[in-house]
Design a protein around this ligand. Sequence first.
Ligand code: HH2
Length: 286
Amino acid sequence: MTDGARTWICGDEAFALGERTLVMGVVNVTPDSFSDGGMFATAEDAVQRGATLADEGADLLDIGGESTRPGSDPVSLDEELRRVLPVIEGLRKARPGTPVSVDTRKHEVARASIRAGAVVVNDVTGGRDPAMLEVVRDGGVGIVLMHMLGEPKTMQDDPRYHDVVTEVRDYLRERIEAAVFKGIAEERICVDPGIGFGKNVEHNLALLRGVPELRTLGVAVLVGASRKRFIGTLSGTEDPAERLEGSIAAAVLAVAYGADLLRVHDVKETVRALRVADAIVRGGAG
Ligand code: HH2
């Protein structure tokens, strides 16, 4: 991919990269997500939430049926399917113009979600399950490969790196190679440093500063810092819903460092901030 004509191909969607920052709006259909758990736990509420985020300017809606917050327990396949499928189907009807992504570690959920209309699989385990890569390849959809150290249950128990940016970059390079080996074109791949997934505050900050290093991998780069704990620590806000200002600070700086997409909870506010940030960083006035 050359700068100026970079594209992330996801099914029938082709996301132009670099012209402006793309926003992935978070729709958690879970009782226990760290920032909005239980708020949109019914399919109806989650579809309504997704529709609102689409109207607020989300380029993509990320539907998740399993919390991967630190210390969380996995959910069963049946339960995860029960949570996400009606929401994907509902949003395809309610907002057909807004593509949908599924946030899952299970290839069975990915396969069913693609059938229901999802064009991206957002896999926080970086495609470690070969069957996940096959489902993505066969579905012709896009994939987000994220870095996570260990498992959600234990990942925040004293995470250690020698050089976090190099290690995360090398891991993501290896995951890109595994996906390409399985037959997924690079244009379909997006990488994500996994802010908060087995990282302390310093690791998260280093990774945000290290986005240029991730850009050298040659694929789309997504950053998800929204409302995360390091923002609470730095800004003194215990309640995740009180972390808007810190989240926007992280968002605009991720953009300045070269992020192509941001995964956020507060779409309206972030989109407004990005109009300004993009004009400064990428040039032009909208
Ligand atoms: N963060 C969360 C979940 N999925 N996916 C990607 N690609 N990048 C991220 O940073 C990321 C992610 C955690 O946030 P949230 O979905 O709000 O919480 P929970 O896992 O508790 O549902």
